[in-house]
Design a protein around this ligand. Sequence first.
Ligand code: OOB
Length: 550
Amino acid sequence: MLAGWRAWPEEFANRYRAEGCWQGETFGQLLRKRAAADGERIAVVSGDQRISYAELDHRVDRLAAGFLKLGIKAEDRIIVQLPNIAQFFDTIFALFRIGALPVFALPVHRRSEIVYLCGFSEAAAYIITDKDSGFDYRELASQVQASVPSLRHVIVAGDPGSGAFTSLDDLYIDAVNEVYDRLDAQGPDSGDVAFLQLSGGTTGLPKLIPRTHDDYIYSLRVSAEVCALHKESVYLAVLPAAHNFPLSSPGVLGTLYAGGCVVLARSASPDVAFPLIRSEAVTITAVVPPLALIWLEAAQSRHYDLSHLQVLQVGGAKFSAEAAKRVKRVLGCTLQQVYGMAEGLVNYTRLDDPEEITVNTQGRPMSPFDEVRLVDEDDVEVPPGEVGELLTRGPYTIRGYYKADKHNERAFTSDGFYRTGDLASMTPSGYLVIEGRSKDQINRGGDKVAAEEVENHLLAHPNVHDAAVVAMPDEFLGERTCAFVIVHDPAISGNELKAFLRKRGLAAYKIPDRVEFMESFPHTGVGKVSKKSLRELAAQQQDERVNVSK
Ligand code: OOB
């Protein structure tokens, strides 16, 4: 068993097996089965590539053979940072087959995040693309390798350049059948950890989320059912496929689970996505709220044929009821709100729910085995209809972060419920309405920013005495980031501090949108920095700015 992973207690594991949630299948076997049953059907469309299930299965075998030859083995952690390209699937399924663990980085992550992930997970390899959206990942990889000498391989999809990097293309090798058979015979157990997801984070350093084959495949099965996926379904991936929402809710993996077709978009812009919806007859796709607003605008001003689209999923951050009401009228499809988390629990509005529910709630738990509680600050359940922190446990919700014993004591209750840090109320029919957050995090239109992580980077500047990062309301993203800073020498500008953070290799979405200088911070009764007061101040300043600009 992977060291640093907290499995479900035996009693729960037995129950989830007995109830048929965990069915003993691994990702490697799942793909093998789809290839045997529906080999000719198209699994993945990427640009002008159309890859059938049989081809995908074979590509995965060949790449797994190459990974093995390179020395990658079961339980090795492999940082995967790929955009929405076909090799993403070859890579993750090949690693699944070997039992090596992808660690899902997002394409927007930069040196700070990747160096940390490589070091913390003691990664054996880092898999990137050559260039994407004008960014050269090979340069990033060179910097990462210089900081993490234990990293054995950098593997590049595309041109590996002149350095010592390995070409992913060269790793697809035609092995003899025995090698493939051995892969199946020696593959991982369905109860093993399959990969590590990234948490949105509330602390100084991102946490890693271990998900097993059993638990994740269960979440795919239920998601595919709730979203009525079948072999004719066509899912368009516009969000980065490595994120839990487009990965599994039902996302690209839920679509493959159902035998449907995944279409990969290199950009989420309507100019790219809308033509794909028409040409590939896309039936379902998933967006974050700011993107939904852009699509709603674009669909009104330009005339695209979106008639194939049956379901638009919106999640990752709160979608305003006002915008939600427009989806059906403007895009002509059903809105499905999705409230989920990489730690597990996913809630959906159902496709046949009345508009009252799809517009005003964030859905209800997808599985009858999900347990949810809404509690006050003393962990006592709040009366029906009132707001409380959402706690949850179930067959696909983790019992602990990877190698984070101390943090786990706070993040989970003693009886194994995950503290989501989300404030919610529940309707009489069991639907959740997200009302706010108790965790120290900013949700920038679906991108999660851990306040403490950014504060630590600011504190690394010699001129910064103290820093407090909070959310400020924003019409488009829902929230943006405001950093309040106390400096020793006032001869420094906000832009200089932002440039400092960028130089430290922090992902762009974590750079504060605004920096405000202060002489001292407001305090709470016990002398802690009052983030509540700072949030109010940031909101007030924001209002004043908006009024001035009007
Ligand atoms: C999804 O996953 P993460 O891990 O990036 O972020 C989880 C957090 C939640 O705890 C909540 O604070 C927020 O994102 N969130 C929402 C939301 N969906 C997620 N807040 C309000 N309304 C929503 N609909 O974001 C994620 C994972 C799987 C499916 C969907 C989203």
